[in-house]
Design a protein around this ligand. Structure first.
Ligand SMILES: [Fe+2]
Length: 275
């Protein structure tokens, strides 16, 4: 299994920029082309929410067009910036597993040696996240059914506070319900989120809990200052690869443009000074 996880694309309507100056549509098209050009091609691309910025139909039209160029199966879930109904309407052609119920979007992927469970943690009209009774019941049933097969959950909001003054206020408010499932089901060993626009990881029992950067704009991590800062530091995504003997290995993959790659050359490496 080899997955590319991207997040928080915040598409805008045709011709519009994020905050009137950040060209998210162009940057996201660049990201799609970078992913299509990967030498080692992932089995699928996962997008952990905030597909668009304002939940507008015109934004989803751009998202559908740009994401439609991705040459991989897509697993998508909504975030707090998404409108559930518009999200389902435009994203289902790209991700048929989303089903038909905008209020209860969740699905399992059983194609790999690791089970992948996708849930919707968004709460209409709110920035914070919430896991509904329906979502929790479905998740529990899936975990029972999965037995001891290693399992990863993908959701937009982190299920616990990560010490970020800005983002902790809008984490998943009842994420403790997911933590309780981690306690009960040892096979649940990974939780991958978006929302924080930053690579952050922590551990709860056997589960590594990770949030990943956005495809365009990022959020600085301040423990004390809750001001809603964002910045344009280089974007990145996470690659997840199952490695025999090690399990799931996840690594950062830059989406910025930079010099290289270069091939290491022993003839011009240390020790050469003085020759
Ligand atoms: Fe976001």
């Amino acid at each position: 299994m080899f997955l590319a996880q991207i997040s928080d694309m915040h598409f805008r309507s045709q011709g519009r920029k994020l905050y009137d100056f950040v060209d998210v549509n162009s940057c996201n098209a660049d990201v799609v082309n970078q992913l299509n050009a990967l030498e080692e091609r992932p089995d699928a691309v996962v997008i952990t929410g905030d597909i668009v910025n304002c939940g507008l139909p015109a934004e989803y039209e751009v998202a559908r067009r740009v994401l439609g160029h991705l040459q991989y199966p897509l697993y998508i879930i909504p975030g707090n910036h998404d409108d559930k109904a518009e999200f389902l309407k435009t994203m289902k052609p790209l991700c048929p597993l989303l089903g038909d119920d905008a209020e209860n979007m969740h699905y399992a992927v059983d194609d790999f040696e690791m089970r992948l469970l996708f849930i919707d943690s968004s709460l209409a009209g709110e920035s914070k996240g919430w896991l509904t009774d329906n979502t929790l019941a479905w998740l529990e049933a899936q975990l029972v059914q999965g037995g001891d097969k290693p399992t990863a959950v993908f959701m937009h909001h982190p299920p616990l506070k990560l010490g970020s003054a800005q983002m902790d206020r809008i984490a998943c408010e009842n994420g403790d319900k997911l933590l309780a499932l981690i306690e009960r089901f040892p096979a649940l060993c990974r939780v991958f989120c978006g929302h924080t626009h930053r690579l952050i990881f922590t551990q709860y029992r056997q589960a590594t809990i990770t949030t990943i950067p956005g495809t365009v704009h990022q959020v600085p991590y301040f423990h004390e200052n809750p001001a809603p800062y964002y910045n344009l530091e280089p974007a990145a995504c996470l690659m997840h690869r199952l490695i025999e003997g090690a399990g799931l290995v996840s690594y950062l993959h830059s989406l910025a443009h930079y010099p290289g790659p270069y091939l290491y050359n022993t003839a011009i490496s240390c020790p050469v000074d003085g020759e």
